[in-house]
Design a protein around this ligand. Structure first.
Ligand code: FAD
Ligand code: UDP
Length: 367
């Protein structure tokens, strides 16, 4: 008899498995894939390059708690991600910053001057409800069209006006020269990769792992007390309120017989090409190798569910599932797919640590 059956071996499932195992609980964690680490899974390809199977994963957080917690299972390599956008035949920093404006417009503005320049271009929106509002309000139509409209259409197959403000708000405009993609206090990559970190998290005598296993195939034969579910919530309830839309991506990898392929970790293609971006892994991992591997991201409607799509009609459907989930007192739902939230890794870790504390408090109360 297991105390917990945990469905999904990504960040959400692994954090709970680790925390509960240390408390003496017997855990069975299952994943239908043939590996641990969920979408953060990395491995060495046939050319010996460490790559991320489900697209580039860069760790960043403002939460000292999350960073400290994960630091029990890995050392870190400091890494600040930088992204360039291929726009008007130039490669310019994304998010849009002082350098971006100066290079695009052939100017030499100061920070104050660029603030006025953007204010003169901005189309003020009040209230700011959609992803279009966010960008028009900050930089106006021209830059919106160069940087956001086409990229967003490719990524989501939706116009920015059809998406919640939170989506493009992830990439806020700057008036200084800071060209880092993220501004979080902690920015680093697990020194030996994500999969190694997950191995450490899960190497406890109270944790059993079953891979290539859909939980639906074992649920009636393996006894357990409580389930923690981190897969898509609509699938758990057999789509009774309809399918929740998720966006998927086709990843195309290519290896070159040369040290370096491009100028920086990621280059975005907001208007050209069918792919959204190209990432070169060696920037992220710091690996030294005479060869290099890149990944192109081609967004698609079909395939593994990677991105919940933040917009009101989807949230309404999710809320119905959430309400139903509250009636199932021995199943907890956590993670990006089970709570239908566009969460980064650190947010999933924080969410699962919070759920762990809730479970622990409930147990104290019950006992
Ligand atoms: P997942 O990692 O998806 O784990 C869920 C697991 O459940 C999966 O392994 C799945 O196989 C399993 N499962 C589902 N159904 C079943 C079933 N029926 N039976 C058994 N197992 C099942 N975050 C960042 O912080 N930085 C980044 O740079 C970043 N880049 C990203 C790039 C891409 C292309 C994508 C898609 C995501 C990125 N993320 C990034 C987000 C990050 O991947 C997620 O926040 C995190 O991996 C979510 O963890 P999770 O445990 O909730 O879900
Ligand atoms: N975005 C854009 N142009 C860019 C970068 C981002 O339009 O050059 C928009 C797009 O809608 C994207 C969202 O901002 O989906 C969030 O970007 P982020 O890089 O955070 O996406 P993720 O890494 O999660 O795929």
């Amino acid at each position: 008899m297991y105390d917990f059956l945990i469905v999904g071996c990504g960040f959400a499932g692994a954090v709970l498995a680790e925390r509960l195992a240390v408390e003496g609980k017997k855990i069975l964690i299952v994943d239908k894939r043939d590996h641990i680490a969920g979408n953060a899974y990395d491995y060495y390809n046939e050319d010996g390059i460490l790559i991320h199977k489900y697209g580039p994963h860069i760790f960043h957080t403002n939460s000292e708690d999350v960073f400290r917690y994960l630091s029990r299972f890995t050392e870190w390599r400091p890494y600040e991600h930088r992204v360039l956008g291929s726009v008007d035949g130039l490669l310019v920093p994304i998010p849009i910053n002082l350098t971006t404006i100066n290079e695009l417009y052939g100017k030499n503005l100061t920070s104050d001057e660029v603030t006025s320049f953007l204010a003169s271009k901005a189309e003020k929106r009040n209230p700011i409800l959609t992803s279009e509002d966010v960008v028009l309000n900050a930089v106006g139509k021209e830059l919106y069209e160069k940087f956001f409209k086409g990229y967003t259409k490719k990524q989501w197959d939706l116009d920015p006006s059809e998406l919640d403000a939170s989506v493009t708000a992830r990439v806020p405009t700057r008036t200084n020269k800071d060209d880092r993609y993220f501004t979080d206090n902690f920015q680093a990559m697990p020194k030996n990769g994500y999969t190694e970190m997950f191995k450490k998290m899960l190497s406890h005598k109270n944790i059993s792992i079953m891979l290539q296993t859909d939980y639906k195939d074992i649920i009636d034969v393996i006894p357990f007390r409580t389930m923690i579910y981190t897969g898509p919530i609509d699938s758990y309830f057999d789509y009774c309120y309809g399918k929740l839309p998720y966006r998927s991506i086709d990843f195309k990898f290519e290896t070159f017989n040369q040290e370096i392929y491009q100028e920086t970790g990621t280059i975005n293609y907001p208007t050209s090409n069918l792919y959204t971006r190209i990432t070169e892994f060696k920037y992220l991992t710091g690996q030294k190798n005479p060869k290099t591997t890149i990944v192109y991201e081609y967004p698609t409607a079909d395939g593994d569910p990677y991105y919940p799509i933040p917009r009101k009609q989807n949230q309404d459907v999710y809320n119905q599932y959430k309400k139903l989930s509250e009636e199932h007192s021995n199943v907890y739902f956590t993670g990006r797919l089970a709570t239908y939230k566009y969460y980064n890794m650190d947010q999933v870790v924080a969410q699962s640590l919070a759920l762990y504390r809730k479970i622990k408090n409930q147990e104290i109360y019950v006992n």
